[in-house]
Design a binder for this molecule. Structure first.
Ligand SMILES: [Fe+2]
Length: 312
């Protein structure tokens, strides 16, 4: 998902549950997550009689030569101008007039994943989403690299031992992904979301940072409760013009010079805020259930405040 500028607005992470957010099927929310805001930038053109042809190719949030000398203009002309463009064009052809027409990009990704029984649109939809997210993960004009925010760094230290430990794990994952695919740094909010779960509620131990690989077009949207923070495209078309077969060099330069930690920090804050709001929602439902149970179990002659008070 490409933005003209990286998202820098961070929702307030408050313990208050006052601001309720509607939940995306995969756990994202419609207002706390940057992803939902960004998806709206995929402008839909509604025809007079039916919804048709939907997504547009968005440009990277910087000029095509802005990642040089690490990622050349020629690479972006092919990678964005041809590969990414083709994904968008093919996606529009595949979904026009189908049940997917008119959905957000994220919804198309999740619905066309179809619990592993992929619909034809999945690969193109996911690749559009992945590339938008990838372009926005990088900082132009040699300004990338460095380190994340203090908050994120603390969690990285907890979950990877150190920042260097995280970088090594990310690089190793990217180097060892067989064939084409992606590597993701994500905030994982695991919850056993099944009816017979022993403990279906979240715990602090569940909320952790992870590095995961995905083949071909697959991305964490389909897993639910994963909040992507950073990704690297390890399809050969991402690096072959500039690095030929030297994938490890491409990965190192990406981590050292291109990663926009400002964007990653913002995504991390959004993810935490979203998770917090969902916890509030769970708590509210739990209390509602308790109150309902209490009322159901109460003696028939019980008097409840505010209901049986009679003024004299
Ligand atoms: Fe790509």
């Amino acid at each position: 998902m490409v933005l003209p500028l990286p998202a820098t607005t961070t929702p307030t992470s408050s313990s208050s549950c006052s601001a309720f957010l509607s939940r995306h099927p995969n756990g994202f929310t419609s207002s706390a997550s940057e992803f939902s805001n960004k998806q709206r930038r995929f402008i839909r053109k509604h025809g007079p009689a039916k919804i048709s042809a939907t997504f547009e190719l968005k440009p990277p949030p910087y000029p095509l030569n802005a990642l040089e000398p690490i990622m050349s203009q020629e690479t972006l002309e092919y990678h964005w101008g041809k590969h990414h463009r083709t994904y968008v064009e093919n996606l529009n052809k595949q979904i026009v007039g189908t049940d997917l027409d008119g959905l957000s990009l994220e919804e198309v990704v999740v619905n066309s994943y179809n619990k592993g029984d992929l619909l034809p649109a999945f690969n193109n939809a996911a690749q559009v989403w992945n590339h938008d997210f990838f372009w926005e993960s990088m900082k132009p004009r040699g300004g990338g690299g460095g380190k994340p925010s203090e908050d994120l760094l603390k969690l990285i230290d907890r979950d990877f031992g150190s920042f260097e430990g995280f970088v090594n794990e990310f690089k190793t994952a990217a180097q060892t992904q067989f064939g084409s695919g992606w590597v993701w740094f994500a905030y994982k909010d695991s919850r056993l979301d099944v009816g017979n779960a022993v403990n279906p509620l979240r715990s602090d131990e569940d909320k952790k940072l992870v590095v995961v690989k995905s083949p071909n077009a697959v991305n964490p949207l389909i897993w639910g409760y994963y909040y992507p923070l950073l990704t690297i495209d390890i399809w050969e078309h991402a690096y072959y013009i500039d690095f030929q077969n030297r994938r490890p060099d491409y990965i190192s330069m990406f981590m050292d010079k291109l990663v926009s930690w400002e964007v990653v920090n913002s995504r991390f804050e959004n993810a935490k805020a979203t998770v917090e709001q969902m916890e509030c929602e769970d708590e509210r439902k739990r209390r509602q259930e308790e109150e309902r149970f209490t009322i159901d179990e109460a003696p028939a002659n019980a008097v409840f405040p505010d209901t049986d008070i009679v003024s004299e």
